[in-house]
Design a protein around this ligand. Structure first.
Ligand code: PNW
Length: 450
């Protein structure tokens, strides 16, 4: 399926959106300010042994206080759009009942700053920071949490629905469900496969209920969901490895894509799960399958499945500082496959980026690996579009170095370097590269128009 370089280097459409992304818990800090309630990540990070270095999001990038400076940084990059998330416990500390006006006011100020800078806002309602009060009642294992989420979503639309271009219900429900409830590496830290699949279903249900509630509240923004997706490849030329890859695809991709776009969980996955398959009530699948205005896809790497015991998965290219294989072609292959198998709505690449070992040096940060990562994935995206994938925008992860979940501050994904003790921000070479890339695309578009 590889196309000649011409497709990958063709200019992007003039209205293609270039952006950067962040999430609330990873950058805001001010965990105890402005009436914010505790989230499951505050509790998890405070538990010894859960996060590298004992790091927490208590201060993070102090974006809660420095958002104006951060919007100015985005402006200097020349981006069209900013994808960020709302901290649910900031706007509804208990996850139910009273709204916290001081919390809503923060997002109002952020939206004002983005307006002034001419940067479009793309909001995500849930990027993993569940109010702890809801976790105390069973969190996403409790079906009622889905109804609480829909209330919050509708309130967001009533307040800010006119001021954002897109609203995503969830970010990466796969990670919430599996890393949070089966692996235990993310909050709330459970190790229970049956619970994890019930959580996956309740996340999808909460998405469906939120879509319904937001439409009823008169949402004008485009509504959708963000999924992390990875093509799965057999790690050996054997039938066992092919079966393992099919199952990995079911667990990572079709688990969410099939209910959203085909109205049912994958039969092979349900058969594999047996008694661990989720309880689904009548009407759930119709809610979950309601039409989306857009689909967000986060792409980082591919999955190898079925490597014979003791044999490492083949991995020809380099890896990032996360140890994740760099495989831009997977983005092309996956987007083409999604277009073919699901006929999805317009797609945004809502995250793509790399962790690198970045060292500041005399006011600069040289990160050639990140530049190569971004350039090669953008080219891979362009060739997917040439093969029919309808992609409208690309958001680099991330604007800033930030709290990288269980890795704490040890892993740096930012285009902008953050010196945490001083909170000083420094543009990395990749930020300058991204700026030049965006300017180059705009110039090419205006030449085409004249
Ligand atoms: C995404 N995995 O998380 C998240 O949306 C971001 O908050 C995060 O900072 C970024 O990617 C980088 O990690 C992921 O294990 C976490 O495959 C884990 C995985 C993938 C994405």
């Amino acid at each position: 399926s590889a196309l000649p370089d011409a497709a990958a280097s063709a200019p992007f459409p003039a209205d293609f959106i270039w952006g950067v992304a962040t999430s609330a818990y990873q950058i805001e800090g001010a965990a105890h300010e402005g009436g914010r309630g505790p989230s499951i990540w505050d509790v998890f990070a405070a538990t010894p042994g859960k996060v590298a270095g004992g790091d927490t999001g208590e201060h993070a990038c102090d974006h809660y206080h420095r958002y104006r400076e951060d919007v100015a940084l985005m402006q200097s990059l020349g981006v069209d759009a900013y994808r960020f998330s709302i901290a649910w416990p900031r706007v509804q500390p208990d996850g139910a009942g009273a709204w916290n006006e001081e919390g809503w006011a923060f997002y109002g100020r952020l939206l004002d700053a983005l307006d002034d800078a001419g940067i479009a806002a793309h909001a995500t309602l849930y990027h993993w920071d569940l109010p702890q009060a809801l976790e105390d009642k069973g969190g996403w294992r409790n079906r009622d949490t889905a109804a609480r989420f829909a209330d919050y979503a509708a309130e967001f639309v009533r307040r800010f629905g006119e001021r954002v271009k897109t609203i995503a219900t969830h970010n990466e429900p796969l990670c919430t469900a599996m890393i949070g409830h089966e692996e235990g590496r993310f909050a709330p830290g459970l190790k229970d496969r049956k619970a994890a699949y019930q959580v996956a279903h309740h996340l999808l249900l909460s998405h469906g209920l939120a879509m319904q509630a937001m439409r009823a509240a008169g949402a004008r923004a485009a509504l959708g969901i963000v999924l992390n997706q990875s093509p799965a490849y057999p790690a050996a030329p054997t039938e066992d490895a092919r079966i393992a890859a099919r199952l990995a695809d079911a667990m990572c991709n079709r688990l969410f894509m099939d209910p959203l776009f085909r109205g049912a969980y994958p039969a092979d996955l349900l058969a594999h799960l047996g008694a661990d398959a989720p309880v689904v009530l009548p009407g759930d699948m119709a809610l979950i399958g309601a039409p989306l205005d857009f689909l967000g896809i986060n792409y980082y790497s591919r999955i190898w499945a079925g490597a014979p015991a003791g044999q490492p998965a083949p991995c020809a290219l380099g890896v990032t500082d996360m140890g994740w294989e760099i495989y831009p072609q997977g983005l092309t292959e996956h987007l083409v496959r999604i277009a073919r198998d699901y006929n999805p709505p317009p797609i945004y690449i809502t995250e793509n980026g790399a962790a690198c070992v970045d060292v500041p040096e005399a006011g600069a940060v040289h990160d050639p690996q990140r530049i190569r990562f971004l350039a090669s994935h953008i080219a891979a995206l362009r060739s997917a579009m040439a093969q029919g994938a309808d992609v409208r925008g690309y958001f680099a992860w991330s604007l800033l170095d930030n709290f990288e979940w269980d890795s704490g501050y040890a892993k740096r994904f930012g285009l902008v370097f953050v010196d945490y003790p001083t909170q000083q921000r420094t543009l990395k070479d990749s930020a300058l590269w991204y700026h030049d890339w965006i300017v180059g695309q705009r110039r090419a578009a205006s030449v085409r128009e004249s």
